[in-house]
Write a protein that binds this ligand. Sequence first.
Ligand code: HEC
Length: 124
Amino acid sequence: MIRHVGYCGAIIVCGAMLLACAPRNVSFSADVQPILKQRCMECHVPGAPGYIASSFDVSSYETLMKGGKYGALVIPGDPLTSTLNMLVEGRANPSIHMPHGREKLSDREIETLRVWVQEGAKNN
Ligand code: HEC
């Protein structure tokens, strides 16, 4: 019985830590842009291969929200259906995960992008 209580306690503590560690109030300029700059801009600016293939330019908030040749890739408030989140999370076909042919984003970076979209994909 004591073991059992200890186990539940551990779950509660872990749950609280996860909540405390998850990013909240994500800022576009302070949190999101540095990730795009480091991991996406190599290919997603005019003239680079990702842009040539998809017309998706991540160099400003406006172009990011405009999306690619098939339209919006970020749906404010809806990371589940946002193509950008699908691709960085590897939820789409693995051959088109992003960054293309590069190491996956860290869990923290993925979560930052997810929470930013969830919170409305604001230019904050
Ligand atoms: C090494 C180059 C490269 C990097 C780095 C890269 N991409 Fe891409 N990206 C591509 C290419 C090439 C395509 C087109 C893929 C295709 O159509 O098969 C693409 C397509 C996309 C698309 C789909 C566009 C559409 O209209 O369907 C999204 C979204 C995307 N990238 C997001 C990102 C994000 C976010 C990052 C950074 C985390 C990133 N990419 C990093 C090369 C890259």
